[in-house]
Design a protein around this ligand. Structure first.
Ligand code: HEC
Length: 178
């Protein structure tokens, strides 16, 4: 009897632990867990996101379903910062906020939070790319790499050269007078 009770307690503890860990991981229920896909750097919309939408164009072309046009040249302006038609005032794509962007839940979740069914035509790796693109600010083009910062040693050498310059000039003037 005691054994049975304690095993029930143990089972409950395991269930609660798993539940709380999955809650921390932040994957809403009904959505595919994308945490296994390491974030990709500098995801380019034109070369990596737009091609995914070729699977959507049958329904999301000119005058597409839910007023969403995902054809090349149209998709970006139809997504970023645009209020969704199926779940206003949520944005289709909220830059930096994949979890708040209807595009991601529409392709990645059973309960989409907007459209009445999960959008067909993406695999989890493609959804993770959409996640990364949004998390990086949903840019039309990836930000250029930051200008390399000079090392402290390089800066020191530069400072010494600048300080020596007047002496070099003076030396030259003395020389030219000779
Ligand atoms: C078979 C047709 C079909 C395909 C294929 C399809 N969709 Fe949809 N999509 C719809 C319909 C219909 C709706 C509106 C559903 C509703 O009104 O509940 C919709 C709604 C949406 C919405 C919500 C738009 C809003 O403003 O609320 C998004 C985002 C979306 N689709 C993205 C996609 C993406 C991305 C793909 C391709 C990976 C895709 N869809 C493929 C038919 C489709």
């Amino acid at each position: 009897m005691l054994l049975r009770q304690s095993s029930i307690v143990a089972a409950a503890a395991i269930v609660i632990t798993i539940w709380s860990v999955s809650a921390v991981a932040g994957t809403p229920s009904g959505c595919t867990d994308l945490d296994g896909f390491a974030p990709q750097q500098a995801v380019d919309f034109e070369s990596r996101i737009q091609p995914i939408f070729s699977n959507c164009a049958g329904c999301h072309g000119e005058n597409g379903s839910a007023g969403l046009d995902l054809r090349p040249g149209e998709a970006y302006a139809n997504l970023v910062g645009i209020v969704s038609t199926t779940n206003p005032p949520q944005a289709r794509v909220q830059p930096f906020e994949p979890g708040d962007s209807l595009l991601l839940s529409a392709v990645n979740c059973d309960i989409t939070g907007g459209p009445s069914f999960q959008m067909p035509g993406t695999d989890p790796a493609q959804r993770a790319l959409i996640r990364d693109w949004i998390a990086q600010g949903a840019l039309a083009r990836p930000a250029p790499r930051s200008i390399p910062v000079m090392s402290p040693i390089g800066l020191g050498i530069l400072a010494v050269l600048v300080m020596l310059m007047p002496f070099v000039w003076r030396l030259q003037r003395v020389r030219s007078r000779l």
